[in-house]
Design a protein around this ligand. Structure first.
Ligand SMILES: *Cc1c(COP(=O)(O)O)cnc(C)c1O
Length: 374
């Protein structure tokens, strides 16, 4: 009996052929393939913003912060329940990630709590599109404007989603996506920063290539920079042609992936809605392409259920342990909602290759688990 995976890379012959093409072309690093991917992403997002490909979502976040000159002495507001990448990207700059509570119904940064955590050192807020939802983002921009903060959207879960009829990444101060192996689309590993701030975009383009001025444009022409100047800290964060080749094929499949993910989520919700001990999040399901399908287990039996699923060869996940409880990011104040959700959240298998038979087995196992109690 094979294991039902929580998530997986969904790649095939098209990605393989693209990789072979790049390998035989003999230019594996950052070149034209990356330029094409950036142009295609820009067209897909239908945006005038700059689109800058990098080698991970974490690098995208780190570059955005670093190029805003956020560093030691600065503070960045971030929801406690997120992938640790959000926190590490902030602390990597020397700035302090300030853990904020989240809303119970959507696990989105709680702005009332964020307000309490503002000091004269707060420079930015990093809202997370948790489980792909970003319906409260207009409130974040209102909040940021009021408090003079930059907004770095961690939209790692948000690729392919829409809000108010536009794709996520179409607008925003700085929006960062991840294309790691299991995200809505993948480029192997990878990420992208989009921003309409042209000056910031210039800094980010240089900073992904060790801060070498205008190296991006040179590489897109197949040239190298031999004489150059450096004015800022840079990193080795550029995307390779190999990664971009995978990403370009995946982008062509996004609608198919999106339909599959949406159908799987609808199926879960339809079949699990009668379970009293299980609650859904109040997400904008019609506009999102769910990267993860998260439910709350309300009766304190989450660990028992995880064991039951595991016993049936079904993987599940916890997105995420509250970061403010981790040694490196430990805080002295309480975040009651994050604490509570930390023991309730459960992610069920969701990926573009999940079959109906496998999903039905997951559903049956859960129904059976809760019914057997009575
Ligand atoms: C995946 C993810 C990231 C980091 O992206 P990588 O490409 O894995 O570096 C950041 N934030 C969240 C919420 C994520 O899920």
């Amino acid at each position: 009996m094979s294991t039902i995976r929580l998530s997986k890379s969904c790649v095939g012959e098209e990605e393989k052929a693209a990789l072979v093409r790049v390998i035989y072309a003999g230019y594996l690093g950052m070149g034209q393939e990356v330029q094409l991917f950036e142009n295609e992403l820009k067209a897909y997002l239908d945006t005038d913003a700059e689109v800058i490909c990098v080698n991970s979502g974490t690098a995208a976040l780190h570059l955005a912060l670093s190029c805003l000159d956020i560093g030691p002495g600065d503070e960045v507001l971030v929801p406690s329940i997120t992938y640790v990448a959000s926190f590490q990207a902030i602390s990597a700059t020397g700035a302090k990630p300030v853990a904020c509570d989240v809303t119970c119904d959507r696990v989105f940064i709680d702005l009332a709590d964020a307000k309490r955590r503002i000091t004269n050192r707060t420079r930015a807020i990093m809202p997370v599109h948790y489980a792909s939802d970003s319906q409260s983002m207009p409130d974040v921009y209102e909040f940021a404007k009021h408090n003079n903060l930059r907004v770095i959207e961690d939209a790692a879960h948000g690729f392919g989603c829409t809000r108010a009829g536009k794709r996520i990444g179409y607008v925003g101060d700085i929006v960062c996506f991840s294309f790691d192996g299991i995200k809505n689309i993948t480029s192997g590993e990878g990420g992208v920063v989009t921003t309409s701030d042209k000056e910031l975009a210039r800094r980010i383009k240089d900073a992904r290539l060790l801060g070498v001025e205008s190296d991006t444009e040179k590489r897109f022409k197949g040239e190298r920079s031999w004489n150059f100047n450096i004015k800022h800290q840079g990193f080795r964060y550029h995307m390779s042609n190999l990664m971009a080749a995978i990403g370009r094929e995946q982008l062509k499949k996004i609608e198919t992936f999106a339909e599959h993910r949406k159908a799987s989520v609808s199926r879960y919700m339809e079949k699990l809605k009668s379970v009293k001990s299980l609650a859904f999040l109040s997400l904008d399901y019609s506009n999102i392409v769910s990267h993860i399908f998260v439910v709350r287990i309300l009766d304190g039996r989450r660990e028992e259920l995880i064991a039951e699923l595991k016993g049936n060869n079904i993987e599940c996940g916890i997105h995420y342990m509250p970061n403010h409880l981790l040694d490196y990011f430990l805080v002295t104040y309480a975040l009651p909602v994050a604490d509570k959700l930390g023991s309730e959240l459960l992610s069920l298998p969701l990926h573009a290759d999940l079959s109906i038979e496998d999903q039905d087995k997951v559903i049956a196992t859960i129904l059976n688990f809760f019914n057997s109690k009575f």
